[in-house]
Design a binder for this molecule. Structure first.
Ligand code: IVH
Length: 684
């Protein structure tokens, strides 16, 4: 036997044995025999490095560490799956699909059901039977080249055998897709080892698979108990004709790939009800499987039918992932963060190791309030159960305290505001802890974000970034300042050129005419959402009158209860809030509903040409702001009261000018009356 022949024999022996062991769960060789063959192989290869081929089993380990992974463009987009969450939806999917097919395809229509394995999606490419490249899915078009790491996965054939259907030949090109995963028990054992070495443990098998395959050092990947399930033949050139998914999977099994579908089988179209039943049973029992699955996949079997149906976006029309709503998954609680909302309530939030729940990646989950964290005894570093039901925000359901390894940190709720450091208070009958500092920067930023947001004033070109920046720069100390921005200072900021400023100004101007309910909602009064704001604005003649309404008045409005009424009156009891409303009115924001605004137009027009004198201390705006607004409306503003004066706007502590106006009979307006005159109140 030549050296080459000896090598070939050993490689085949080891390959067959590995396939038996890792794919078929059996072994013809004893451990000793296997080890002996392995040692001989290594010995010969060490002596003849020129004879080492990429498909040698020895190449499953080792390889030099990469500094980063090269990007790989997938020749075939790796598609994703649309989820359905009920048996009915699965039925409806089929009902809508069938009529889209030509009669002959309808006749031969069949289905396959497969487990949806929870791991990391990869594409494996073989050229003339040799495994050449393996890549992660990435965004579907571009993934990462993890060939060296995939070589270490024992279930991946490094060479595929010739098959007899077309003579003894191997396909020139074969690309398959599958999921690299880890068995539950291997995962647990590996984590225990990591914990014993005081290493970071993985939150769930999926993260384990992804993390292990993305090790820069293939030697590290080789230590990980990774496995593979194959679920799709992406491309074949120079191989047999394979008209169905089932035939393709059978072919892949023949080639030595572990195929997921082995667990569940094919259904004729007339058996679709049985498919759904099988899917339900599978989901009921998925906890008993040795690996994690995050659903079950139903696919059209015929390749011609698949092609005819095509895809929408990145999801094939011919396949659906069926999952249970309200799915619970385990992940790691990395940190408990706290945030101040716009009303000052400090809320804890879980930062999680990213995990897929019900088809979306979840990185955060609400923890409601400090009591909730305490009641679950959550600790940073805990493995936690996370649930997402339908569209609801994900939440942490419980800590898996039995998995604690001792390094988890009990959580101490903060006593001070995470933004401004003010001592938090818990008001009577409230679970919430609040920061009562009105100038708290984070609170203010949140309030501004809400004020300009889509459902509120919808100020285009004004977003979270502007809110943060302008508050941080001290340009905004209250929401009304959104309309009193110091443009000359903004112009000096980096990346605030003329065009951007013009865009901001235009956004601010067009938002002035939003209905008053939007403005009321924008103020961010607790319980006053858009609907409640509309009820209030329909009932109150003018937003400027709202601060004068008592809780009893408000409760007369259908749909407004004591809680809302209390919140509104409490809000406007604060003189600062009342001033803010005046300031907004002066800035020209609409305080009247559409029909009333129309009535007020002639009034506004009536200001043009009139002469005003402003005196005393104003509260909602400055004298120069009032002057500018009047000038905008075509009025004249002078410094002294005379017979030519039409109106005197008198603030607090007005002195001689007020006295003179009263003496010669000029109309005197207080701040409220002045705003009414500006067209923000119905004519009376
Ligand atoms: S089929 C058209 N089948 O699920 C092909 N995907 O949510 C689309 N997955 O990225 C995928 N088991 O990584 C398919 N039996 C299976 C699967 C499966 C797991 C993964 C796959 C994909 C993700 C889509």
């Amino acid at each position: 036997m030549t050296v080459q022949e000896r090598l070939q024999h050993l490689r085949r022996l080891i390959q067959t044995s590995q396939h038996q062991y890792y794919v078929e769960d059996r072994s013809d060789l004893s451990d000793e025999e296997f080890d002996a063959a392995w040692d001989q192989l290594l010995e010969i290869e060490r002596a003849h490095p020129e004879l080492v081929t990429p498909d040698s089993p020895s190449q499953r380990i080792g390889g030099s560490p990469a500094s980063q992974f090269a990007k790989v463009e997938h020749p075939h987009t790796l598609l994703s799956l649309t989820n359905v969450f009920s048996a009915d939806d699965l039925m409806t999917w089929r009902e809508r699909l069938v009529p889209q097919l030509e009669p002959d395809l309808q006749e031969s229509l069949g289905w396959v059901l497969e487990p949806k394995i929870d791991g990391l999606s990869v594409a494996l490419e073989y050229r003339n039977g040799v495994f050449m490249q393996g890549a992660t899915r990435g965004n579907g078009d571009i993934g990462e080249d993890v060939t060296a790491n995939l070589r270490t996965v024992k279930q991946i054939p490094l060479r595929i055998p010739a098959v007899s259907s077309k003579g003894m030949s191997v396909p020139e090109v074969l690309t398959v897709r599958g999921e690299v995963y880890v068995r539950k028990e291997d995962f647990a054992a590996f984590n225990t080892t990591l914990a014993a070495q005081e290493d970071r443990v993985y939150a769930n098998p999926r993260n384990f698979a992804a993390g292990s395959l993305r090790q820069l050092d293939p030697n590290e990947s080789a230590r990980r108990p990774l496995r593979l399930w194959v679920f799709e033949l992406l491309d074949i050139e120079g191989g047999p004709d394979l008209p169905t998914h089932e035939a393709r999977l059978n072919f892949l099994t023949q080639l030595g790939f572990p195929v997921a579908c082995a667990a569940i089988h094919r259904f004729a179209d007339s058996e679709f009800a049985a498919l759904v039943e099988t899917a339900d049973r599978f989901l009921d029992a998925k906890a008993d499987l040795p690996y994690e699955v995050d659903g079950v996949v139903a696919k059209v079997d015929g390749v011609a039918a698949q092609r005819a149906l095509g895809q929408t976006g990145r999801d094939p029309r011919w396949a659906r992932a069926y999952k249970r709503a309200g799915e619970q998954v385990v992940t790691r609680l990395l940190e408990i963060e706290t945030f101040v909302g716009r009303t000052g309530v400090v809320t804890p939030r879980a930062r999680l190791e990213p995990v897929q729940v019900g088809g979306v990646v979840v990185e955060h989950a609400t923890l409601h309030n400090f009591d909730y964290v305490a009641s679950l005894d959550l600790r940073e570093g805990d493995q936690v159960m996370v649930m997402r039901a339908g569209d609801v925000i994900p939440r942490v359901v419980k800590a898996l305290s039995e998995h604690r390894i001792g390094s988890e940190c009990p959580w101490m709720p903060p006593e001070h505001c995470p933004s401004c450091g003010t001592v938090l208070v818990q008001q009577e009958d409230e679970v919430a802890h609040r920061c009562l500092n009105r100038n708290c920067p984070r609170q203010l930023t949140r309030a501004v974000e809400h004020f300009v947001s889509r459902g509120a004033l919808d100020i285009r070109s004004f977003g979270v970034r502007q809110a943060e920046l302008f508050v941080a720069q001290g340009f905004i100390a209250a929401v009304a300042d959104v309309y009193r921005l110091p443009w000359s200072k903004i112009a000096k900021l980096k990346s605030y050129g003329e065009r951007r400023i013009a865009g901001l100004k235009a956004g601010l101007v067009s938002a002035k005419s939003r209905p008053p309910a939007r403005l009321l909602h924008a103020l961010g009064i607790p319980f006053v959402g858009l609907q409640v704001a509309e009820l209030i604005c329909d009932a109150v003649r003018n937003l400027l009158e709202l601060p004068h309404c008592s809780a009893d008045d408000l409760e007369l409005i259908d749909g407004v209860g004591p809680e809302i009424a209390g919140a509104v009156t409490e809000y406007f009891n604060d003189p600062v809030r009342r001033r803010e409303l005046h300031s907004l009115a002066l800035s020209g924001l609409c305080m009247l509903g559409p029909e009333r605004a129309a009535v007020s137009e002639p009034k506004e027009a009536g200001i043009a040409g009139k002469t005003f004198v402003i005196t005393g201390k104003l509260s909602g705006f400055t004298r120069s702001e009032a002057t500018n607004r009047l000038k905008e409306l075509g009025a004249k503003v002078t410094g002294s009261v005379s017979g030519k004066t039409d109106y005197v706007l008198a603030g607090k502590d007005a002195g001689s000018k007020l006295a003179k106006a009263q003496k010669i009979g000029v109309s005197v307006l207080d701040e409220g009356a002045f705003l009414k005159l500006l067209g923000n109140l119905e004519s009376n």
